[in-house]
Design a protein around this ligand. Structure first.
Ligand SMILES: C[S@@+](CC[C@H](N)C(=O)[O-])C[C@H]1O[C@@H](n2cnc3c(N)ncnc32)[C@H](O)[C@@H]1O
Length: 233
């Protein structure tokens, strides 16, 4: 898989570079189809939890537009972005001097450090591999790596399988499959399929302990109205 990946990755990067040469700083250079919806995706990512003063890693950060969005919202925290296309990172550095963006491939490179939240937006929209099985294995490995370096949780968006049209190399994993995989990483998983008809987002939380005997996730224990340990009659 790794050998094939090297060749496929080069092809993918070349395509992104061609798009950048053609369109410059624009969503089309990131191969987004249909501009103007990015803030909605960023809004949804930022709904994962309390992000104030938290550290964020964005995998596949592109131009680091998520960072720009968060700054506009008054966010204060530490942002790190990684991407495999150097031209995108150059734009990010120009737009946000001092930003921490790194040329790094989450799939094959080691990533040092821990981050409160780890995000990926649009990273899995296009098939890198030719076969669905290999693409699935690739995405699962990426999700697991993201989860491993996060301390609070992971937010990722996907194109849904509930569509009547797919681009030739579009990747549309069924939400049920992604949910099932993520449930093996954490007991606490949310799937949001309510903000766009053809995309969805998953949140996978690190804190998944269960408060017994109430059987609620500990993150929600403050909302309980009955005293500890006593079942309502
Ligand atoms: C559709 S663009 C989205 C960019 C940005 N997240 C945004 O929402 O504007 C997908 C990005 O993921 C990057 N990418 C794809 N595979 C990657 C990998 N294995 N490691 C790091 N970045 C990757 C691409 O180079 C590209 O910049």
């Amino acid at each position: 898989m790794k050998d094939a990946y090297g060749v496929l990755k080069k092809k993918y990067i070349r395509k992104m570079q061609d798009a950048f040469r053609r369109y410059g700083y624009s969503p089309r250079a990131l191969t987004w189809s249909g501009a103007g919806r990015q803030n909605l995706r960023f809004f949804m990512l930022s709904r994962i939890g309390d992000m104030r003063n938290r550290s964020i890693l964005e995998v596949g950060c592109g131009f680091a537009d998520l960072y720009g969005y968060l700054l506009e919202q008054g966010w204060k925290g530490k942002y790190t972005g990684i991407d495999i296309v150097p031209e995108y990172l150059d734009v990010a550095r120009e737009k946000y001097p001092g930003i921490d963006v790194r040329l790094l491939d989450l799939f094959e490179d080691e990533l040092d450090g821990e981050f409160d939240y780890v995000f990926a937006c649009g990273v899995f929209n296009e098939m890198i591999f030719d076969s669905a099985d290999e693409q699935d294995a690739y995405v699962r490995k990426m999700i697991a790596k993201m989860f491993a370096v996060s301390t609070e949780g992971v937010g990722i968006d996907f194109q849904t399988s509930y569509v009547d049209f797919k681009h030739e190399r579009g990747f549309h994993p069924p939400p049920e499959d992604i949910f099932g995989f993520c449930k093996n990483l954490s007991k606490r998983v949310a799937v949001r399929h309510d903000y766009m008809p053809y995309e969805y987002m998953v949140y996978v939380y690190k804190g998944d302990s269960i408060y017994r005997p109430k059987n609620v996730f500990t993150a929600y224990v403050d909302l309980l109205t009955e005293p500890d340990g006593e079942e309502p009659r």
